[in-house]
Design a protein around this ligand. Structure first.
Ligand SMILES: NC(=O)c1ccc[n+]([C@@H]2O[C@H](COP(=O)([O-])OP(=O)(O)OC[C@H]3O[C@@H](n4cnc5c(N)ncnc54)[C@H](O)[C@@H]3O)[C@@H](O)[C@H]2O)c1
Length: 255
């Protein structure tokens, strides 16, 4: 694959976890990466860390639930760099709650961050891509929702499946514009967010992964890097599962 030299990549939710993994892989491959996150201080310190590794990164405080914030981020990137080649719409939340406990506010919050948040960043970054007839959009969905289900994740699973419905129609709509829209479906990834899940949940997940390890954020970063490459230009509206084989077993694995 060609290096991503001179390409500009926007990554949301990039201050930590999977987003940081995506940002560091794309930057190590030569891209200039914009680290967008709600947590402005953490985004700055992540950018400082990555710059210390010789990577070209910029932190821009961004709340994907606020259209003005997202639009201002995209406008700044275009003003500073003149282009957006890659968008990794990754920001997401996963507060677990039993179905009986989910009220309208919690349901709406998960949808707002995970689904509408991704739509807002796509809409904000799209014009810069369409005007240059080149763009690679990669959404972070999940195996949970599109492929699997588990107690406590009804709102989250619905949001991650909704992202794929959005992706498919967006891919068709943008098909002649040089812009592709794809999604990665991570399994269980070692991130600060995942670390907040119960020990029991983490242990159960590990026993269901044939590779017997959680993903590192960079494992997802490399999948995004492929879908974000010029060479993936004939792939659109597709999903790439990155789960260590978690969805494969026909019977429970032996401990
Ligand atoms: N960790 C996993 O096992 C796993 C598995 C499948 C999918 N995912 C998905 O990957 C993505 C990242 O997950 P993670 O585990 O790295 O999470 P994380 O909680 O460790 O990090 C998420 C980042 O997103 C930021 N964020 C939250 N709300 C935001 C908002 N409104 N605007 C901008 N930034 C915001 C947070 O500040 C944080 O830096 C999510 O979309 C999640 O659903 C995670």
């Amino acid at each position: 694959m060609q290096r991503l030299t001179d390409q500009v990549a926007v990554v949301t939710g990039a201050a930590q976890g999977i987003g940081r993994g995506i940002a560091s892989v794309l930057a190590a491959e030569g891209a200039r990466v914009v680290i967008c996150d709600l947590d402005a201080d953490l985004a700055e310190s992540t950018a400082t860390d990555l710059r210390a590794q010789g990577l070209d990164v910029l932190a821009v405080a961004t709340d994907v639930t606020e259209r003005a914030s997202v639009d201002a981020m995209a406008a700044r990137v275009v003003a500073d760099y003149g282009r957006i080649d890659i968008l990794a719409a990754n920001a997401g939340i996963y507060p677990t709650a039993a179905l009986a406990e989910i009220d309208d506010a919690m349901w709406d919050r998960v949808m707002d961050v995970n689904v509408t948040g991704a739509v807002r960043v796509v809409q904000a970054c799209m014009p810069a891509m369409v005007s240059r007839t080149y763009g690679r959009i990669v959404l972070t969905s999940s195996i949970t929702g599109p492929l699997t289900g588990q107690p406590g994740f009804t709102h989250y699973g619905a949001s991650k499946a909704a992202m794929l419905g959005f992706m498919r129609s967006a891919a068709v709509e943008l098909a002649t514009s040089g812009v592709t829209v794809n999604a990665v479906l991570p399994g269980n990834v070692k991130t600060p967010g995942f670390a907040t899940m119960s020990d029991e949940h983490q242990r159960l997940m590990l026993t269901s992964i044939p590779m017997r390890r959680y993903a590192d954020p960079e494992d997802i970063g490399w999948a995004v890097r492929f879908l974000a490459s010029p060479e993936a230009g004939y792939i659109t509206g597709q999903t790439l599962i990155v789960d260590g084989g978690q969805v494969l077993p026909e019977a429970p694995l032996l401990p």
